[in-house]
Design a protein around this ligand. Sequence first.
Ligand SMILES: N[C@@H](CCC(=O)N[C@@H](CS)C(=O)NCC(=O)O)C(=O)O
Length: 258
Amino acid sequence: MITLFDLPSTVGTWSPNVWRTRYTLDYKNIPYKVEWVEYPDIAPTLQSHNIGPGGRKPDGSPYYSVPAIIDVDDETGKVKKALADSVEIAKYLDEAYPDTPKVLPDDEKELESVVGFANGLMRLWVPVFMIVCKAMLPQLHPPSREFFSRVRAKDAQQLYPGYETLEDIPFSKEDKEAAWKAFKESFTKGLAAHENLVQGKWFLGEGRIGFADFVIGGVLLWLETVFGEESEEWKDMSQWDGGRWEKFIDGLKEYQKA
Ligand SMILES: N[C@@H](CCC(=O)N[C@@H](CS)C(=O)NCC(=O)O)C(=O)O
């Protein structure tokens, strides 16, 4: 049985990166259980299960992150695999569960484009990232809220110097409107570079649903969860590009089991 490590909140699962793995597991119909981990507990929990860091921080130190999984053989109780990072997890699941539909393409060039897309999509929301992070604080439980607020304020030093927590950064109405406008532009421009998406198909084309689509789905679900289905932000976003993103998320609904 697989255990998936996920971040809890008052509104359930929310993390765009964890959504990538949830979609992957649910698309493959692989059963799993969830272990909820608050932000400050991610590193010690992963270390206690011998799960290595999913990457490195800019200063070179290990970056422990979720999603992470442990796959345990039900009969022997032996750990078959323990790893973090949504792309690495997808590669492992494609290999270890060959009877399930693959989420990553075999073709090397296509694989490169999917992985590049997964790693690059985060950049599209830079203009609005801190505002979304601040909007999310009330939904996090106290240990995660305190950690997230402090760490993200540190990340934001260049743009907003001198603040120790996100709560301290005073985003004005104008700041928020300008950030949302810049985000709309970067998101729609960034995705317009992908012909299949423009034509309303999946990233790799008609009938070829896969990991890149789960990456987009994760971002959309994150914003919908943070702002709320009835919010101005979500209503606005779901209408961008002729309502393409609302349709997109609807197309993934059968794999959105949380
Ligand atoms: N490249 C990683 C990114 C994972 C990631 O950054 N996850 C966030 C949660 S959305 C995290 O665990 N952050 C831990 C931290 O900020 O210390 C993946 O695709 O899995």
